[in-house]
Ligand binder design. Sequence first.
Ligand SMILES: [Fe+2]
Ligand SMILES: [Fe+2]
Length: 489
Amino acid sequence: MTTAANSAAPSGVNAINLNYLEHVMEMSKTHVVSASEDIFDDAGTLLWAKGKRIDSRLQEKLIVRKLQRPLEVSLVVESGVTMESILALVQGIGTSNPTIFAIARKHLSAAINSFAAASLCQPACLLLTTLQNSRPHVFAHSVEVALLSASLAIQIGLPPESVEHLIIGGLLHDVGELYINPDYLDQKRSLTPSEWKHIAAHPRISQLILESLTDYPKPIARAIAEHHERFDGSGYPRGIAGNNMSRCGQILSMAEMLSGILHNRSYPIVRATLAVKLIPGEFPAELINAIGEMRRASSAPPQEAAGFAAAAVPELIQKTRVVGMALSGSINECRLIQLQANKTPQPAKDLLAQIENRLLQLQKALSAIGLGDCFTSDYLDAQSSDNYEETYLELDVVVCEISWRLRDIARDLALKLEDFDEQAKSVFLPLATSLLVNQDQAEPCRPKQEQANAEASAPLRPLNSDDTLEVGAFSLPAQKVPHENARLH
Ligand SMILES: [Fe+2]
Ligand SMILES: [Fe+2]
């Protein structure tokens, strides 16, 4: 992977993306990958005969040539991903991921029927096998997103055709990551804003791949392009909002968010239920209601009943103070910048208004659980009532979610400031600094059982103090995320 090129997207369907080529060659070490047709370069020279298994000699030829037809349609892999193998994963979701199962079980049998009815074309099978081989956690996430999307679509009564579109879209939505320098996807690595731009382009790359290499209906590619957008316009890469997003895009976006939360986190179902409605307007009310209906239809898995560990309360109080101060401090910085209106051009004022609005929405979320502007120990200590477990769990969830969003805002600010001059950047510097929340503070507190086993379990790797996103004269913490976070994907 170290020789992979930096180009993020194929510059034309017949150009070889060296990152993707690296993944294919890696896969060819464990799978039989052969030419499904004669492979010619753009001058008409035969490079590889149909049926011949690929090896490093083809890689050497491809690095310096363009092809008559895209590589993705000219190769076939034996024993790779098929819809049958994906169906087996979906049918086993109750064992492999009980929390996904708990949300999806109401419509699981109907969703399985739709998976069986959907078809994967040859390039899709090759892409998914490559994804499974190179980034197995992203492949597993993609299957989850497909299942959650299908379940949501069935819950709100979309026609079978749309359910199948969402299954294909869910499976393929992150294949664009195969075309990005894998170093950028390493969550332990610091990223510059320009490197972040490569990552933020992966929905668009996935869309281009689908449009250029398959005959899938256009709504699938559109939904894929929208899977990191948000209904209130706070997503990426385009920041589109409301009905500028397609309905399938809105569903894929919510399934994307849910998968990041439901997989391998403390109190996943409680967390997911709160997270999707934390910010008013972030997701369509229809889909929030659908999740509630689906959750009510299935009992939560036993571990969800675990209470909040009393030993974690001091840690939670500290975390709440840190996040609360970052939030209120950032709102204050916005107001201070407004006082310097003569130093800020109109685009900067518009950016400031967007950021302040997002921060005020977060403050409303805190107010909704009774915190609002007060982060005092008086309030927090007063929570030590008989039902403190439930209260503290909700607080933990809300504070973690706010922390994630503060860092999303910080990242967006860093990217957008790249277009501004040095004076405008300097005006925003205190705000960018204020938005920083220590990564360690954002981790969910552990439920009782995890707390008891803390020493026996492998701890999550905290980011080092030097894990930063360099942004001109200041730096932001590296996003340990969402990509698909965690939620980056
Ligand atoms: Fe993604
Ligand atoms: Fe994703």
